[in-house]
Each structure stands twice: as structure tokens, then as C-alpha cells.
Design a protein around this ligand. Structure first.
Ligand code: CU
Length: 249
């Protein structure tokens, strides 16, 4: 059977948009809070105030870890429309509710935080300096990549906010890293989402040290990786961004 290149290309782009997920809701203490709905929020006037940073008008991926989009997704240069954040207690949880996630977009789920400067999160892009620290990661367990576990869990992922960090305003950078095409350099797909949080309680820890962009390199072993080598290789996979910051809990 002969396929028209034009039709194939069209199908490719439709698949790209349809297949990827975004985060229209989060949940804290049983309360559901609107995130950023790429199908509605950009088209609503006035633009709604959301705790999840707005992204470009689709749910596409970032393929260049040196891009400024790597901080908080495509369109990070456009700051969110309002100074709102969700309140969560240190030691509490934020449930990230993706609308969907495709099985077979193999990869880890990585979670970072950064404390916003005294002016708050809404006027801060988080793309300079080294304000980020890793708080939680899930990689490969029970024969399954964390991305597939997320997809099979109703597209829900639960982030625990560290109990010992100082109270204040933070960005939570939650990320799916899809490796299904990552056996080629530049083939990894990054899907970060930034959530504006006000953390209450906690301790006196003020971790930092990572940069977005900066920490990830296209040639990192956790970014240039073939996920089809089998169980042993997948179990040995080391995600980018290093270990979880010590002593957070
Ligand atoms: Cu995809």
C-alpha cells in the first residue's frame, strides 16, 4: 500500500497534539484546583488566573534541554496571568492530574522545586541561577516505566512536598521525560509543568543547586538512552538531574 507523504505528515502532527497530555487540574487535601487547560484557558477572556503556568497553545514537547522552555514548558517566556498559588503544608501532597498520557512514552517522572524570590512566583521565570532542587523521582519499577505507571493510574501522580523546607512561595516543576525516541541524541521529549505553591509550616531548609536550563544536557546518559534494551538496562537507568536532595524529610 502506498501512503501519501502529505497525509502521513498530517497524521503525524494530529497525533502529536492528540497524544500528549497537559495538567488541567491538581488536587490538594481533596480539593480540586484548576490547572492549565490548553483547550480552553488560552481562549478565555479575560485569561483565567491559574496555579499552573500557562503553556503554548498545545501540549507538545521540548526536545532541546538547553532551551529556555525547559524551565516550565513551552511558552515559559510568557508569565502566568495572575499572582495566584495553591497552598499546601510542608509534608503534604500535591496530586497532579494529567488529562491523559500515552502508554509507551517510556520514561521517568521527575519533580523539582525552587523557592521564588521575595516578589513572589508570578514575576519570576526561574530560568536563571541555580534555584532548583530535586524532591522526588520515579524511574522504573516492577517491569514498568514511571510514565506507564502514571498512565495506568488514571493519569494521576502524587508529589510529596518535603517536610523540612522553609515556608514560602515555590515553583514545583513536575516533568515527564519520554525516552521512546531517545536512542538518538535530541530524541528525548521533555514535558515539564510548573505549579505555583505557597508552602506553610515546614522547617528551615533552603535547598538549591540546579538550573533549568543548565542541568540537563542532550548527551546525558539519562537523556540519550535506548529504552528498548530490556529489563536489566532499564533497571540501571540513571535519570538526569542527579539524586533527590538529601535530608528533605
Ligand atoms: Cu508523543
Amino acid at each position: 500500500m502506498v501512503f501519501s507523504p502529505v497525509l502521513l505528515l498530517a497524521a503525524f502532527f494530529v497525533g502529536q497534539v492528540a497524544a500528549h497530555g497537559y495538567v488541567p487540574f491538581i488536587r490538594i487535601n481533596g480539593q480540586t484546583i484548576p490547572g492549565w487547560d490548553v483547550t480552553k484557558d488560552p481562549y478565555t477572556t479575560p485569561q483565567p488566573l491559574r496555579v499552573v503556568r500557562g503553556t503554548k497553545l498545545d501540549s507538545g514537547f521540548i526536545d532541546n534541554p538547553a532551551s529556555n522552555d525547559i524551565t516550565c514548558s513551552i511558552g515559559n517566556q510568557k508569565l502566568p496571568p495572575g499572582p495566584i498559588s495553591a497552598t499546601v503544608a510542608a509534608g503534604g501532597t500535591v496530586e497532579v492530574l494529567w488529562n491523559t498520557w500515552p502508554l509507551g512514552h517510556y520514561g521517568p517522572v521527575l519533580n523539582y522545586m525552587a523557592k521564588c524570590p521575595s516578589g513572589g512566583c508570578s514575576s519570576w521565570k526561574g530560568d536563571t541561577g541555580s534555584p532548583w532542587f530535586k524532591i522526588q523521582q520515579d524511574v522504573y519499577a516492577n517491569g514498568e516505566w514511571a510514565s506507564d505507571t502514571l498512565a495506568k493510574s488514571g493519569f494521576k501522580y502524587t508529589v510529596k512536598i518535603p517536610s523540612k523546607i522553609a515556608p514560602g512561595n515555590y515553583l514545583l516543576r513536575h516533568e515527564n521525560l519520554a525516552l521512546h525516541a531517545a536512542s538518538s541524541v535530541g530524541g528525548a521529549q521533555f514535558y515539564p509543568v510548573c505549579i505555583q505553591l505557597t508552602v506553610t509550616g515546614g522547617g528551615s531548609l533552603n535547598p538549591s543547586g540546579l538550573s533549568f536550563p543548565g542541568t540537563y544536557k542532550a548527551t546525558d546518559p539519562g537523556i540519550h538512552f535506548n529504552p528498548y534494551q530490556g529489563e536489566a538496562a532499564n533497571k540501571a537507568y540513571v535519570p538526569p538531574g542527579g539524586s533527590v536532595y538529601p535530608g528533605l524529610n
